[in-house]
Design a protein around this ligand. Structure first.
Ligand code: HEM
Length: 475
């Protein structure tokens, strides 16, 4: 049996076998595939029994955490892919549809759903059409082979929405359907020249994550010699809660709350504003990069600005062993995205972990070449239809994702007049961050500057990733 206070778990431990077989993959470790499809559905009225039956048989397809770890090991040893990854998540409305009482869930944010959240989000009527409706479930499929993923996606959509092939007449199609497809999002990883994962503004992403497995923590410790200023080692309870609808005899059935947000990135706007700000603050040429680093908290190559004023200056750019204890905002401004979302205070204390999230997002939209300093090539950069499919797992959406997003929106966190997070902050008005920047040419004096937000929330929902045992017992 597993205890949620456990850290650094070893998947080879026989006592963890049941726990890892019942848990969906992608929670404790990312599925790692190159491409991912996210299918959002509303189940059809009066098809509850059929839907339950469908989901029950779908359980056999879901990739468990145990299977995912096994596939990753096979891939590492001999390069053979584990094939398509499958998972399924339910919203509070989805549980209600299936006949479950959501009072069993402790997380109030989950029960209310994202449309009712107090996050200064744009009005629901401005979200992409599919997300304006009531969403019951999300299916996530992922593969390294795009053709195989597309085939698996079409097959699943066919099963959910009714096949249109053969001699089926309209009524037959209707009879076969259990769900309306509300939205389908295609994620694909982006890479920099060194082969590291980046997001659309060009920054290495996915560096700082809570780590749950013994081998990950051992690798972190051997790559970061003492003193350890930041310890990503996390208790299982950062991400997991007991599955409320599986009896206590199945003690090892756990799930996790999932936040999904489609965040559109205006790359052209961001890059132009970055250059204008550099001009205003009198940063020239290579130093322009510092302005971006002061918005994110890391240079494009991942170098934390609190450790170095230049990218690539500290050996491994993707370094994560740092905190802000000695930085009063003169190196990494308090408004910087990574400082707002994880201030890294009280590092050694367990309460610091209360607000950590496990990020599993993936970019969407095509990759293009980002210009280095050539201002006239900004025109070719996209203003819409690209961005981040933001996903994060946690044990409480209220205490983790919503807590972080609200701090990002708070211009007075951690200090008065810090400004909102210039990447994801939303002030409910124009989303302009009035930030203080360290001014290189004026000693320690800081200069105030405005920075518009170039990320737009296009829709989303809160889900729960049930245990595989839950799906198997649906009928
Ligand atoms: C389009 C939107 C976003 C972009 C472009 C973006 C970009 C980045 C980048 C480049 C990093 C640094 C690399 C890393 O440590 O992994 C980062 C870290 C992080 N982001 Fe975001 N992000 C976005 C949305 C969000 C949202 C919505 C949240 C949560 C509300 C969030 C929370 C975090 C956290 C917690 C970290 C790690 C901070 C740390 O531990 O140092 N991000 N993000």
């Amino acid at each position: 049996m597993v205890l949620l206070s456990q850290k650094a778990i070893d998947p080879a431990t026989p006592e963890l076998d049941d726990f890892l077989s019942q848990l969906q993959g992608n929670i404790l470790k990312g599925h790692g595939r190159q491409y991912a499809t996210h299918i959002f559905v509303a189940f059809m009225p009066n098809k509850v029994r059929k839907t339950r039956a469908y989901l029950q048989q779908f359980a056999d397809q879901i990739t468990s955490c145990k299977q995912q770890l096994h596939d990753a090991e096979v891939y590492r040893r001999n390069g053979v892919s584990g094939g398509t990854f499958y998972s399924c998540y339910l919203s509070a409305s989805g549980y209600g549809y299936l006949g479950y009482n959501c009072d069993e869930f402790k997380d109030t944010a989950f029960k209310k759903g994202m449309k009712q959240a107090s996050l200064n989000d744009p009005a629901v009527t401005t979200w992409d059409h599919g997300y304006q409706a009531t969403i019951h479930a999300c299916f996530l499929l992922a593969d390294n082979d795009l053709l195989k993923l597309n085939a698996a996606t079409n097959n699943l959509i066919g099963e959910l929405a009714g096949r249109k092939e053969g001699n089926n007449r309209a009524e037959k199609i209707q009879e076969a359907s259990i769900a309306t497809i509300l939205a389908v999002e295609h994620g694909n990883k982006l890479y920099n020249k060194k082969g590291e994962n980046i997001e659309h503004f060009g920054y290495v992403d996915g560096i700082s994550q809570p780590l749950f497995f013994k081998d990950q923590i051992a690798a972190y410790k051997s790559n970061n010699l003492h003193p350890l200023l930041h310890t990503p080692e996390a208790e299982l309870e950062v991400a997991l809660v007991k599955d409320p609808f599986v009896s206590i005899r199945d003690a090892d059935a756990f799930g996790s709350y999932l936040v999904f947000r489609k965040l559109e990135q205006n790359v052209r706007g961001f890059k132009m504003a970055e250059a204008q700000l550099a001009d205003q603050l009198k940063y020239r040429n290579e130093q322009q990069e510092q302005v971006g680093a002061m918005l994110i908290g890391r240079f494009e190559d991942g170098t934390p600005i609190t450790l170095s004023e230049e990218n690539g200056m500290i050996g491994s750019a993707v370094i994560n062993n740092f905190n802000y204890q000695k930085d009063t905002g003169n190196k990494c401004p308090f408004h910087a995205h990574i400082r707002k979302t994880n201030p890294r205070t009280n590092e050694q204390q367990a309460e610091n972990h209360q607000h950590l999230i496990v990020r599993r997002g993936i970019p969407y939209g095509n990759q293009y070449i980002l210009p280095e300093f050539a201002q006239d090539s900004f025109e070719q950069l996209p203003q819409n239809n690209v961005g981040l499919l933001f996903l994060c797992f946690q044990k409480s959406i209220t205490q983790q994702f919503e807590y972080i997003q609200q701090l990002a929106n708070d211009p007075h966190f951690p200090q008065t007049d810090t400004g909102i997070d210039p990447i994801i902050g939303q002030d409910g008005l124009q989303n302009i961050s009035k930030c203080l920047f360290p001014n290189k040419y004026a000693g320690k004096e800081r200069k105030a500057a405005n920075f518009d937000s170039f990320v737009t929330m296009k829709g989303g929902e809160y889900f729960f990733a049930p245990s595989i045992a839950f799906f198997k017992k649906l009928l």
